[in-house]
Write a protein that binds this ligand. Structure first.
Ligand SMILES: [Ca+2]
Ligand SMILES: [Ca+2]
Length: 483
């Protein structure tokens, strides 16, 4: 089976071409320093190199839409996400989308291979100019599937947030799967503007993924302990050293939206390797930030470390004593905790992120994988010799709510001998999909299948092989939509 396209995916629903999509017709115009209105030029103090200087100083281009940068990074690497940081003044100038391509040919005249595109609107919060630090809260990130590295990358800003005299951005960075930045200050960089619309008008751009809190009081939560064989569900009770909790300090209190003492905290007398399995009602999610709040009494009971695991297996609460096999879970991250010594007695709402209330610690980590359930374990406590239990009053998970970003097509295979095709996309267990075909990106009236169940035990679903819908044309386009 011949693979025409590998991993040509973005976070959004995208269009894919059966022929290898190199943008041979792409025309890249190199800009220059200057102040001409509506022209591909920039003030001397706001040059393209400022887009990769790692500081708040911005790159501004009066050419507005379809301006961008061509970078020849020293480091190299295969990008799997792109981040913009906002510049100092009018948000109207901010990019509202991105188009990313790579070439191993000439950085200006070479054929660019499409990597990813989509909406990527910056928040209205501003980074400052000059050497000011770039703040994560003033940034926006798009993640995508890609394993190809190129010697040159083209980042274009196809659309802007509003109407102003220019495009501006404080910094642009590509990250590889390990979370390492690919661009660095000093890399060869050109300020450019690209001719023509790189993104079809009829919907290649889809809404930005929603972000925010993942957990709610509606979520299924199971308290218990992690053992060699699996996570064992506990029960209500006061037995010392056992996998049980007081009635008023149950696992549900861990995600009730408040921190504090009794009625707001989760306590487990087994002490070590205690935790929970949570299934967020928002559906499959990516988490890369957790905030932990301490509880009211004995500090030695506070967790001193944590482990976070994810699974896409369906987790059904089985009742006390049920074992949930460890082999169903993948470790996302683990680390030490240094929770504050401050205590909170009264049940108090945690509020919205960024959090500012109560004794808490926020932990950020690198993760781009999507899971439907999460197992959070506290392997150790601050002082096991003097503590009779583990206690923590609240946890909050943050990041992308996946239900609004996928399904991105990850692979299309075409077998020339049989004229058969199969299509694979990122999917979410329990979701149903429609697979569309278009000969020209205009007519999308053909659906290949209108009710495809997602695979339960995988992050991707494959449909096919099916007969090439149009044997007379070399080109074809596919789109996957949620049903
Ligand atoms: Ca900068
Ligand atoms: Ca709580």
């Amino acid at each position: 089976m011949k693979i025409f396209i590998k991993k040509l995916a973005v976070t959004t629903t995208i269009f894919m071409v059966l022929a290898n999509q190199s943008f041979a017709d792409l025309i890249i115009n190199i800009g220059t320093e200057g102040f001409a209105a509506g022209v591909n030029n920039w003030p001397g103090g706001e040059p393209p190199s400022a887009a990769i200087d790692g500081a708040g100083q911005k790159y501004l281009n009066f050419g507005k839409e379809n301006t961008g940068i061509v970078v020849t990074p020293t480091a190299g690497g295969a990008p799997t996400s792109l981040t913009y940081w906002s510049a100092n003044d009018s948000p109207n100038r901010d990019p509202a989308s991105f188009w990313l391509g790579g070439t191993n040919g000439d950085s200006v005249t070479g054929d660019y291979t499409f990597i990813a595109s989509g909406l990527l609107a910056l928040p209205d919060s501003r980074n400052q100019g000059g050497t000011a630090e770039l703040l994560e809260s003033n940034s926006a990130t798009a993640s995508f599937t890609n394993d190809a590295s190129f010697t040159n990358y083209l980042v274009v800003f196809p659309t802007l947030k509003g109407n102003d005299n220019s495009m501006q951005v404080a910094d642009v960075q590509l990250f590889d799967a390990a979370g390492t930045g690919i661009f660095a200050p000093g890399d060869t960089i050109l300020g450019v503007q690209v001719d023509g619309a790189l993104v079809p008008d009829d919907g290649a751009l889809v809404p930005e993924p929603s972000t925010g809190l993942l957990l709610s009081t509606e979520d299924q939560i199971i308290g218990g302990i992690l053992t060699d064989t699996g996570f064992i569900e506990g029960t209500e009770g006061f037995a010392a050293g056992a996998n049980n909790w007081p009635g008023g300090e149950s696992p549900e209190e861990l995600i009730d939206g408040s921190f504090g003492g009794g009625g707001a905290k989760y306590l487990n007398f087994f002490k070590l390797n205690t935790g929970v399995i949570i299934t967020p009602t928002v559906g499959a999610s990516v988490v890369d930030r957790i905030t932990f709040w301490t509880a009211n009494d004995a500090e030695p009971r506070d967790p001193a470390s944590f482990q976070l695991y994810g699974t896409n297996k369906v987790i059904i609460k089985g009742g006390p004593g049920t074992t949930y096999p460890t082999t169903d879970f993948t470790l996302i991250t683990e680390g030490a905790l240094e929770l504050p010594s401050d205590r909170a007695t009264i049940a108090t709402p945690i509020g919205d992120p960024p959090f500012s209330t109560g004794p808490f610690q926020t932990v950020d980590f690198s993760n781009t994988k999507t899971y439907t359930s999460f197992m959070l374990i506290f392997p150790t406590v601050k002082d096991a010799s003097s503590a009779n239990s583990m206690q923590v009053s609240e946890v909050a998970f943050e990041n992308v709510i996946n239900s609004s970003i996928d399904p991105a097509i990850t692979e299309i295979n075409y077998d020339k001998a049989t004229d058969m095709i199969d299509v694979t996309w990122l999917s979410q267990p329990g979701q149903n999909y429609i697979l569309y075909y278009s000969p020209d990106l205009i007519d999308w009236s053909t659906d290949i299948a209108d009710s495809i169940e997602a695979k339960d035990d995988s992050e991707v679903t494959t449909f096919g092989p099916f007969l090439n819908p149009n044997t007379k044309l070399l080109k074809g386009f596919f789109r996957v939509k949620k049903n």
